[in-house]
Design a protein around this ligand. Structure first.
Ligand code: HGA
Length: 607
């Protein structure tokens, strides 16, 4: 999703801004732009639709020099993706603004500004910040005061950076709902929506809190809280590794990340298992004592991980568990059962809806909050009582792969930890631990099925619709398989609990609607076989990923791909892999942008 980078330095900053935007590219965006104040106090703005590469090319063709500048990658919310709507937005060739988020009262403000004589050149909500700042600057002494007045009038979410060509030695930044981090250099300072964008220039950061406004110049950073009082925010050394962002031998990041899963799982398990048990410091036990109910909040792929965990928490640990999509939970009046734990799942730790749900939950009666997250410096990690760091390594592909399977492994470890206070025996915990430890090797075996899956994809790529079926904890895996196919191949896919088929979706089944079934060897296998027969009896064509002991045989109506046998506990993780590979190869044949599918973004920082 949108990225922001800003700098106040003595050197030319264009290259720093472009390099920062490139680090954020993987999040998905539709256009990019920058504005720089030159030594003769002129504002130079360049904007391009499409990749940062195009913006970079524009900068090469018309170089812009200057030490104060802001840059942005936009993921449109208000107004189509074109050059006029791209950020920065400019008022009177003087004020330049970049913004992440949504200004909810933009129409009202736009009307008021038009009445004051302002002309709008874009369809964006953002442009009101630009003109409003210019408007207030007519009656205030400083840019800071003008921005403070502007911010008071805004409703909605923003991370915004504002510069004024008449005051070229500073930028004003404000955060409410969208993350911003200040980077500290020597005689230069930076701002970004993610520290990742600035790792090439600094590792020292302070994270702005909700409502903060900061005045940043080369030699000073002054931060004011929501009440306008000066405040100090800790400067921390970033732990984020500056790991290579290279696709290596792979054609796409997504494929690389699918194949990295054995390693990612090894990393998440390392040091967290001791003598057939989950290590005591994996989840701090004292805060989790007496937990009787779990509420998991997540979005997208993470929501599917949460749904799998619900089966595990209830069947293995005997703890009641609810799962809800963050954007629903945050606007619903919910009842909090006694001794409840709230879990949030988010790869980036900045998912706007999930973060808002966590903040809401803190006003409710939860005993404690825990996040499972892949980004150590994210808002979710900083604001939760307990944080489990996934250590999956950076995930660049917009469609999540390794983050999902690592989330599942982390959740299974939590099930074992909490289960000890309930019905989980030491033997059962040992079985869970051994199953987890077998995962990297098991997944290697499944990855070896790639060629077979590639062939399968050839018969699939011309289809327009598909159904994914699973039962029990494989139902959310079917949901994840359908989501993956939709995301990267743009083929319509729906998932159903196989037992639900006869209540409606069976009407859709014909030879043009491939039905994908996940069939591990578990207690629901015979029930699933009956559901498969229901599809066959209606002329449906099936692809079945089945345990080699399941008894499924390929024939005219069914292609069976044997998945290596595994402990049913970890089957949801194992059966995810062939579905990821299927989506990837279908997308490859269709020629879509696998790593940055249309209309989607990686870190969803708007609600
Ligand atoms: N609402 C602004 C910014 C969108 C955004 O933050 N996307 O992630 C716009 O549409 O330009």
């Amino acid at each position: 999703m949108c990225g922001i980078v800003g700098a106040v330095a003595q050197r030319d900053v264009a290259a720093i801004l472009i390099a920062g935007l490139k680090q954020l590219e993987y999040r998905g965006y539709d256009s990019a732009g920058l504005a720089i104040i030159s030594a003769d106090k002129q504002l130079h703005c360049l904007r391009r639709v499409g990749k940062v590469e195009k913006l970079q090319q524009a900068v090469i063709e018309s170089p812009v020099f200057g030490g104060t500048g802001i840059a942005h990658t936009r993921w449109a919310t208000h107004g189509i993706a074109n050059e006029t709507n791209a950020h920065p937005h400019i008022s009177h060739q003087q004020i330049a603004v970049v913004h992440n988020g949504i200004i909810e009262n933009h129409q009202q403000l736009r009307q008021q500004l038009i009445e004051q004589g302002y002309t709008f050149s874009s369809e964006t909500d953002t442009e009101v910040i630009t003109h409003l700042t210019h408007f207030h600057l007519q009656t205030t002494e400083t840019l800071l005061e003008a921005v403070q007045k502007t911010i008071k009038q805004l409703q909605g979410a923003y991370g915004t950076v504002i510069i004024d060509k008449n005051d070229p030695e500073q930028m004003i930044v404000a955060r409410s709902g969208s993350p911003l981090v200040i980077g500290y250099g020597l005689g230069e300072h930076f701002v970004a929506s993610d520290p990742l964008a600035l790792l090439a220039v600094t590792r020292r950061f302070s994270f702005l809190e909700e409502g903060d406004i900061a005045q940043i110049s080369r030699f000073s950073v002054k931060i004011f809280d929501a009440q306008g009082d000066p405040v100090k925010r800790d400067i921390v050394e970033s732990q984020t590794s500056n790991e290579s962002n290279d696709k290596g031998q792979y054609k796409h990041y997504m494929l690389k990340e699918i194949f990295e899963q054995p390693l990612a799982l090894q990393r998440t398990l390392a040091g967290r298992i001791q003598q057939h048990k989950i290590a005591p410091d994996c989840f701090p036990n004292e805060k989790l004592q007496g937990i009787e109910h779990i509420q998991i909040i997540a979005c997208g792929t993470s929501y599917h991980a949460a749904l799998v965990a619900r089966y595990w928490f209830e069947s293995l640990a005997g703890i009641s568990c609810n799962v809800e999509i963050a954007s629903e939970f945050r606007y619903r009046k919910s009842v909090t059962p006694k001794n409840s734990l709230l879990i949030t799942l988010s790869q980036s730790g900045e998912t706007a809806d999930t973060l808002a749900a966590l903040r809401l939950a803190k006003q409710l009666d939860y005993q404690t909050t825990l996040t499972i997250c892949n980004s150590p410096e994210s808002s979710l990690v900083r604001e939760s009582d307990i944080a489990y760091m996934m250590k999956a390594g950076r995930e660049v592909g917009v469609a999540s792969s390794k983050a999902f399977t690592v989330q599942l492994a982390a959740l299974l470890m939590l099930v074992a930890t909490l289960g000890r206070q309930h019905q989980l025996s030491a033997d059962r915990e040992k079985q869970i631990v051994e199953a987890l430890q077998s995962l990297p090797a098991k997944i290697e075996q499944v990855l070896a099925m790639e060629q077979q899956i590639k062939q399968l994809a050839e018969g699939f790529a011309d289809k327009h619709h598909s159904l994914f079926l699973g039962r029990g904890e494989q139902y959310p895996i079917a949901m994840e398989g359908a989501l993956k196919l939709k995301e990267i191949s743009y083929i319509h896919a729906e998932a159903y609990a196989a037992g639900e088929l006869k209540h409606g979706p069976l009407a859709l089944v014909d030879a043009d609607m491939p039905v994908i079934v996940v069939a591990p060897d578990n207690e629901l296998l015979e029930k699933l076989k009956s559901n498969v027969e229901e599809v066959r009896a209606r002329g449906g064509l099936m692809i079945v990923f089945a345990d080699k002991n399941s008894g499924f045989k390929s024939d005219d109506t069914m292609q069976v791909l044997e998945v290596p046998h595994c402990d049913p506990i970890i089957a949801p993780i194992v059966y995810t892999i062939p579905l990821q590979l299927l989506s990837y190869h279908v997308a490859l044949i269709k020629g879509t942008d696998v790593d940055q599918p249309r209309n989607l973004a990686k870190s969803v920082t708007v609600e």
